[in-house]
Design a protein around this ligand. Structure first.
Ligand code: FEO
Length: 396
């Protein structure tokens, strides 16, 4: 049984919630699950917009059949080929062999490569329209948001934008499906974590997509994950605009690795100095405790970033190394950074953290600190000074 959720007279939400998967893309923690959003237009023609992860196919199919009964599906619109949205397609083609599969020229080889599908594939390009009855869909590729073939489609009569990964969020839809039916505050943070983890590297493509979408009169954004947005459209678009331009806020993330607490003490002294110098938003993370997805999300938000790590086998602490590698892969911009290293013999941590910040063209604040053994008066004073200098730069 399925309690129908309508976006408009002829358009339905038929997505599913995944509360079982622990890690999205087998990487990113799903503390509160994730939804795979899918939509159905029940007009003279029947169109499905995006599907679900294959393990949820039966649940999804029940919803489809509750609405369309024994009518055939005319179109599956493939906005995005990542398997969380596409892996059910091969089952659908077995049940509905005449269904037309709509993608673009970059979708076609992926359909064949992943699922061996070559039959009934229709390629659309920018501005093409498919008429379904009183409803119609126009197509707009948004490459690299999040894959090369990613596209959105726009239903003209209702003003609904089916936006694929763009404007998506972690978190299941727990009864509320639309942003005005729920406590949306939770999703603001999860939306940023989703954006920074999944799409954050592709700021320029996101800017191009936003520019293209600004020509549409959008009344509702229907992403492929998370809440459907109708109350907070301007706010959500503005946030993505800021994020994709790497605009940051006043505040500092301190990420530290510490095996026996000596590096942590250096980080704590620096944090106290920041607070005494007027920085209210300070987020401290032990990289061995907190998954990097949360740290990355806050690094994305705040301008200041202080990294502290011991030297471990002539390298960074492995968890700190994983964080700085990921940040370099993602090319995060516009940060002020500070460096704290510690060691017992042969210190290299400070040098490697400095290189990481320089590789990202971040601006170094203060002088890198390198402490042998435990904190001493000199390193204590250096941490105080780092906090003062970071606070000063953030206030300028
Ligand atoms: Fe939700 Fe890029 O897939």
């Amino acid at each position: 049984m399925y309690k129908e959720v309508k976006l408009s007279e002829k358009i339905y939400y038929i997505g599913v919630n995944d509360r079982r998967t622990s890690l999205f893309e087998n990487m990113w923690p799903l503390d509160r699950g994730i939804s795979y959003n899918s939509f159905l237009i029940n007009d003279d023609k029947i169109a499905i917009i995006d599907t679900v992860e294959a393990g949820f196919f039966e649940k999804w199919l029940d919803k489809v059949r509750t609405i369309i009964k024994d009518r055939p599906i005319d179109y599956i619109i493939v906005n995005h080929m990542e398997p969380d949205h596409s892996s059910a397609i091969r089952f659908i083609t077995e049940l509905y062999p005449d269904v037309k599969i709509v993608g673009n020229r970059k979708t076609t080889p992926m359909l064949e490569g992943y699922y061996g599908i070559t039959k009934n594939v229709t390629e659309v390009k920018e501005g093409d329209v498919i008429e379904l009855g009183t409803t119609s869909l126009s197509f707009h590729p948004i490459p690299m948001v999040h894959w090369p073939e990613s596209m959105v489609c726009f239903e003209q009569s209702s003003g609904i934008l089916f936006s694929t990964d763009a404007f998506g969020s972690y978190g299941t839809l727990d009864g509320g499906v639309f942003d005005d039916e729920m406590d949306f505050e939770y999703f603001r943070d999860e939306m940023r974590r989703y954006y920074s983890n999944i799409v954050g590297k592709y700021g320029n493509p996101v800017q191009k997509a936003l520019s293209k979408l600004s020509a549409l009169d959008i009344k509702l954004i229907a992403p492929a994950h998370g809440p459907l947005i109708r109350k907070n459209i301007k706010d959500v678009i503005a946030r993505h605009d800021r994020w994709s331009k790497h605009e940051t806020e006043k505040g500092v993330v301190i990420a530290y690795a510490s095996m026996y607490g000596n590096t942590e003490v250096l980080a704590e002294v620096t944090a106290r100095s920041l607070a005494e110098n007027g920085i209210e938003r300070i987020r401290m993370y032990d990289v061995s405790k907190t998954h990097i997805s949360y740290i990355i999300s806050d690094v994305f938000k705040y301008r200041g970033f202080i990294m502290a790590s011991p030297t471990y086998s002539n390298e960074l602490h492995p968890n700190m190394e994983a964080l700085v590698m990921k940040l370099q892969h993602m090319g995060f911009k516009n940060h002020l950074f500070g460096v704290i290293g510690s060691y017992t013999w042969g210190g290299v941590a400070a040098k490697k953290l400095l290189e990481a910040g320089q590789n990202l063209n971040w601006e170094l604040v203060g002088t890198p600190i390198e402490q042998k053994y435990s904190i001493k008066e000199e390193s204590f004073n250096a941490c105080i000074k780092l906090g003062e200098e970071m606070a000063k730069r953030l206030k300028e």
